[in-house]
Design a protein around this ligand. Structure first.
Ligand code: PHE
Ligand code: ZN
Length: 870
């Protein structure tokens, strides 16, 4: 293909026309869908050429104020329709035919199993009709849908249903009106044979909202958790942000074939089944928590995204970063706050740091892109959320709430920018955030080097922070970031009181925990009345998305692990200790395990410590984080060293872990609530480590668990453990049993696929290839492809990086093939290959696989990723 066009933020121009009203009619026939649209078009300036976007549309008619438009007055290309000479308000009508059956991109209007559904974010609406398909064109929509009544008894769109009825020939129609002006990316339509579970929510001001969750009939028993989560989210947003829901009904539809997790279409959310359906027998604790988080996330978008939307797609993090921050706070309130923080930081450091260190690094507000679909990234979402978290912490709860109130009030009904968000924060707090704004424009993970000095005589402790940041593609030279570093100082007997003249007295209110704001390249903070040499507890609760380096010795880390009063930093210390042991193992100089395991044993014996946090303390750092931290080592050596350390840890802790395992009694009734989840997670990590430590009864115990577990959390945990056994017959029996039991449950089969894709033993590739040829697998279903291919390339280090390079080649082949049908999916799956520079000698084979792709005819999505990576 010819080189695709790069779009730049600096080229942004406001739209030349407004579309005040959008009236759509969808005529769903047996083999085509006709979309008629009437747009109230109003010129905004002197420009009289209206240039509409469209893709894969067959244009049947175009008219202006009821009169067909002369061919001489209009030009149609592959992607645009230009109508000239529009100098006053008018009604523009178009009629197009589209083909949802042939649409495998899962963008626009498409067929998923038996239903028709839409996905319009970011630029899918143009696959439905000619339009100004950009987020700063807000319009009021009225949508009529007509279809065969027996095929499609349910006809849904945004807003409220204003009319419905029967037509001749077994057809019927429904008409929907959404009173809130919205950008086209929030449009949605669903037509199909669905059933629904109904509930009700009464808002704080007493308005009744009907809740409807639409699913295939077989899934009716899996909706309760999503509904309960939605109601909790609705209440939480009223209480924490003063945000009330604004329509009479809130609908959620579960769809099998979906590229992402879910979509916040106004009043009609469309969800990947994996993010909405939940039942104890088929869903793990993690699955329940994911449903709760995604349901809340999409609901929170109603204000942060829909009522106040983005001016252009460079501002994507305006809605996503803020909304992820909101859903993270919600989940923290509903579950264990520390564990939620640990999970989020783990994801950020494993995946977002890697993104920031690789060839696709981009700022939270990027300066350019080829294909916006490639920018739904961990940087936009997770790092964007960290930026909002830093702001919220710097402003404090009251001021931050005042600022968000003002933001929602001022920009309601508008399409705005990240700078607009920041300017409200500045205005309300009176702070200067000009340096802080660099978090939006500069990519890369800052590194803070901490040095300290203690003088026993003067009792003065000086801490020097120095920041730096590696060059990234768009921003090679960095200005200093504004970084809030929360710290405490630990003495022999516990936290020390802090005295520092450079900090406002209010900052010292709590006296043992302060935020140092680093705004220059280097700053020194002087603490007085420090009675002993302290151990610094740095970047508490991960107060900023940075790397912190400090020359700790192991006793200091063990002290932090044992009794830092910041729970997050106890976990952080355990990760640091593990990294040291793994590094030492790699260097052939293993360290004694005694101090580390001694501290963990104390933690295990501490009844006051949350079991969920304890479980996290027993997890070693992820491979991806290790690759980042221990640069320059071969990945297979690193993987082996990690395994060795894990085994040593397991052996040392085995007696205690075994006791913990024996002490576990399953609850009479499964509940996905924090207490039970915590006990199950500790129990399952304890069992896993016992298996690794060579527990004699392991095989029997695992097989019994797989057959008799009464919930999916325990069953799946046991199934995964079966792959750690030396005897492959046991795991084969477990996998068979599991499949026989669950072959009718698509989401469980996906888990079964993922377990096998993560199998590190034998020739996984051959087995996976065979799996793709079985009935349980479909290339057209992204969940299945991600379970198999995504898990293999992203998590199975020894097999993906096998010496003969076949792991890489298999991924490249799969990606090249998928690109023909679903470019978004293909360009996401290729990510592991783009990290080739981190893999030393193996990188050459990875790069060759990418090079092979570059020689093919690629979608814009895959083109951008492959070419930036090479
Ligand atoms: N906007 C969705 C969310 O974050 C994600 C999404 C993006 C879904 C693009 C589909 C397509 O909630
Ligand atoms: Zn979102």
């Amino acid at each position: 293909m010819s080189e695709p066009k790069v779009i730049y933020l600096k080229d942004y121009q406001p739209p030349a026309f407004a579309i005040e009203q959008t009236q759509l009619n969808f005529d769903i026939g047996p083999d085509s869908v006709i979309v008629s649209s009437r747009l109230r078009v109003v010129p905004c300036g002197s420009d009289t050429d209206l240039v509409l976007q469209g893709e894969n549309l067959t244009t049947l008619a175009v008219s202006l104020d009821g009169v067909p438009v002369d061919a001489a007055r209009m030009t149609e290309t592959e992607s645009t329709l230009t109508v000239r000479g529009i100098d006053s308000a008018c009604w523009l009508e178009t009629r197009v035919a589209i083909d949802p059956w042939g649409n495998s991109s899962l963008e626009g209007l498409y067929k998923s199993r038996t239903m028709f559904c839409t996905q319009c974010e970011a630029e899918g609406f143009r696959k439905i009709t000619w339009f100004l398909d950009r987020p700063d064109v807000l319009s009021v929509y009225t949508t009529r849908v007509e279809a065969d009544k027996s095929d499609c008894p349910i006809l849904l769109s945004n807003g409220n249903c204003i009319n419905r009825g029967d037509l001749s020939d077994g057809r019927h129609f429904a008409e929907w009106h959404d009173p809130h002006p919205k950008p086209s990316y929030l449009f949605a339509l669903v037509a199909g044979d669905l059933e629904c579970v109904t509930d009700e929510f009464v808002t704080v001001s007493g308005r009744r909202v009907v809740i409807e969750v639409y699913v295939e009939p077989k899934d009716l028993d899996k909706c309760a958790h999503a509904i309960a989560s939605l109601k909790r989210a609705m209440r939480w947003d009223e209480e924490k942000y003063g945000r009330e829901y604004d329509l009479d009904c809130y609908m959620i539809v579960a769809v099998d074939d979906f590229n992402m997790g879910a979509m916040e279409n106004k009043g009609l959310n469309i969800f990947n089944t994996s993010c909405v359906l939940a039942h104890p027998a088929t869903t793990t604790d993690a699955g329940f928590q994911r449903v709760e988080a995604v349901v809340a996330h999409e609901y929170f978008h109603n204000w942060s995204g829909n009522r106040v939307t983005c001016r252009d797609w460079f501002q994507l993090s305006l809605k996503e970063g803020f909304t992820v921050y909101r859903d993270a706070c919600f989940s923290a309130d509903m579950n264990s706050a520390t564990v939620k923080r640990i999970e989020d930081v783990n994801l950020l450091r494993s995946a977002q740091f890697a993104e920031d260190a690789g060839p696709l690094a981009h700022a939270v507000r990027p300066a350019s892109f080829i294909e916006i679909s490639n920018f739904y990234t961990l940087t936009i979402y997770e790092k964007g959320a960290e930026i909002v978290r830093m702001l919220a912490n710097m402003l404090g709860p009251e001021t931050f709430r005042q600022a968000t109130d003002r933001y929602f009030e001022r920009f309601d009904g508008q399409a705005v920018t990240c700078d607009d968000f920041l300017s409200v924060m500045e205005e309300v707090s009176g702070r200067d955030l000009s340096r802080f704004a660099r978090w939006y424009s500069q990519a890369g993970t800052p590194v803070i080097d901490v040095q300290d000095e203690y003088n026993a005589e003067s009792q003065i402790y000086r801490m020097t922070l120095r920041q730096s940041c590696r060059p990234t593609p768009e921003t090679p030279d960095k200005q200093p970031f504004h970084i809030p570093v929360r710290i405490g100082l630990l003495g022999e007997a516990g936290a020390l009181a802090l005295y520092c003249d450079q900090l406002a007295t209010q900052e010292l209110a709590d006296n043992t925990d302060v935020v140092l704001e680093l705004t220059d390249t280097e700053q020194t903070f002087v603490f007085t009345r420090v009675p002993e040499r302290p151990v610094p507890s740095l970047c508490r609760n991960f107060s900023a998305p940075v790397h912190v380096r400090y020359p700790y010795d192991e006793p200091a880390l063990v002290q932090l692990l044992a009794r830092d009063d910041d729970l997050f930093n106890r976990w952080q210390a355990s990760q640091e200790i593990a990294i040291r042991h793994i590094a030492a193992e790699l260097d052939g100089n293993p360290l004694s395990m005694d101090r580390w395991t001694g501290a963990l044993e104390q933690c295990l014996a501490d009844a006051a410590l949350d079991s969920a946090v304890m479980a996290e303390l027993l997890h070693l750092p992820t491979m991806s984080y290790l690759i980042d931290r221990l640069e320059g080592h071969d990945v297979l050596a690193l993987h082996a060293a990690r395994k060795t350390v894990e085994e040593k840890l397991a052996i040392a802790l085995k007696p205690r872990l075994h006791k913990a395992l024996q002490a576990y009694h399953p609850p009479a009734q499964y509940q996905p609530e924090a207490g039970q989840i915590a006990r199950r997670s500790l129990r399952n990590v304890a069992a896993r480590l016992c298996v690794i430590a060579g527990w004699e009864q392991a095989a029997d115990w695992i097989e019994a668990q797989v057959r008799a577990a009464t919930n999916m959390t325990d069953q799946l945990a046991a199934l995964r453990m079966s792959l750690l056994l030396p005897d492959a017959d046991v795991s084969a029996r477990c996998l068979d049993y599991f499949f026989q039991q669950w072959s009718h449950e698509a989401l469980v089969v996906n888990q079964w696929l993922a377990v096998q894709a993560a199998d590190e033993r034998g020739d996984t590739l051959v087995r996976l290839q065979r799996l793709t040829e079985t009935a349980g697998f479909q290339w057209g279903n992204p969940n299945k492809v991600r379970a198999l291919v995504g898990t293999f390339a992203g998590q199975n280090y020894p097999q993906f990086h096998r010496n003969d390079g076949q792991g890489y080649q298999w991924l490249a082949d799969v990606v090249g093939k998928l690109d023909q049908s679903n470019p978004q999916l293909a360009s996401r799956l290729v990510t592991p290959l783009t990290r080739w520079k981190q893999y030393g000698a193996r990188g050459t084979a990875m790069r060759n696989a990418l090079q092979g792709l570059a020689g093919q005819d690629l979608s814009r999505d895959l083109y951008e990723v492959v070419h930036k990576a090479l």
